[in-house]
Design a protein around this ligand. Structure first.
Ligand code: ADP
Ligand code: MG
Length: 247
């Protein structure tokens, strides 16, 4: 059984790729409107853990619960539809469309590019899109073509496309990858705002950024959870120091 306040619970999950154990029995709880940051060296299994949650990598044993219901190995679109949204590492936006149109296409209930653009834009949809644009700090760029935006701004659109799906839990895999220092800081502020409305799980490398957003940090290493706790607890943990500073 999972703690009552937990909205997403991962219980002793293992993921195996043709004999190789990428995740060796990891448990994790996420409460509503909480930010959980996952850190760990390359190959630790961070992305694979998110894949296991969203049904993209098969769970060999263990369980994933969402709002008390088991979702282990359900199909990715079913899990997304239930309310777990996932942003991938690389931006995948429509460059020839405006920021507004990109979010429109991602709205829950949209049925592909042409159908969505042709469909009459209701005031409800318009308000929804504006809320999303406000959360990602791009309201003033609504009618700008995506091709003229910076890499960082494109990453925020991707976050917006996840928000357009009405998620309860938002999973972000390295949301600051390739960003400038200013964009990275702005992303931290966006994520803190997101946590007023959603549970947020963030995979991140940049320790300054982790300090900016982190409430609770989970450290993965070689497919196992090394420890979890506050920034202070994790930074002073001898096992974490050993993993990051080498032997
Ligand atoms: P991280 O995101 O922490 O850098 P990953 O979750 O991407 O790590 O990978 C964890 C381990 O699992 C790595 O050793 C990686 O090579 C392996 N791995 C990830 N995905 C696959 C896959 N689809 N098939 C085989 N091995 C994989
Ligand atoms: Mg990864």
């Amino acid at each position: 059984a999972q703690p009552a306040e937990s909205i997403l619970s991962v219980r002793d999950v293992k993921v195996v790729f043709s004999g190789f154990q990428a995740i060796k029995g990891v448990s994790l709880d996420v409460a509503d409107r909480e930010i959980v940051t996952i850190i760990g060296p390359n190959g630790a299994g961070k992305s694979t853990l998110l894949d296991a949650i969203v049904g993209k990598s098969p769970v060999a044993s263990g369980h994933v619960y969402y709002k008390g219901n088991e979702i282990t190995n359900k199909r990715p679109h079913a899990i997304a539809h239930m309310g777990i949204g996932r942003k991938f590492q690389n931006p995948n936006v429509y460059n020839d469309l405006t920021v507004f149109e990109n979010i429109l296409l991602a709205l829950k209930g949209s049925h592909g590019v042409f159908a969505s653009i042709k469909t009459k834009l209701t005031s409800v949809k318009k308000a929804k899109i504006e809320t999303v644009l406000e959360r990602i700090g791009l309201l003033d760029k609504a009618f700008t073509k995506v091709s003229s935006l910076s890499h960082g701004q494109k990453q925020w659109i991707e976050i917006g496309m996840v928000l357009a799906q009405d998620p309860t839990v938002v999973l972000l895999d390295e949301p600051t990858a390739g960003m400038t220092t200013d964009e990275t800081h702005e992303t931290g502020e966006i994520i803190k705002t997101l946590a007023n409305h959603h549970a947020v799980v963030v995979i991140e490398h940049d320790m300054e950024f982790v300090k900016q957003i982190a409430q609770r940090i989970v450290v993965l290493h070689q497919g196992e959870k090394l420890t979890e706790g506050s920034v202070q607890e994790v930074q002073t943990n001898p096992k974490v120091i050993e993993v990051y500073l080498g032997r």
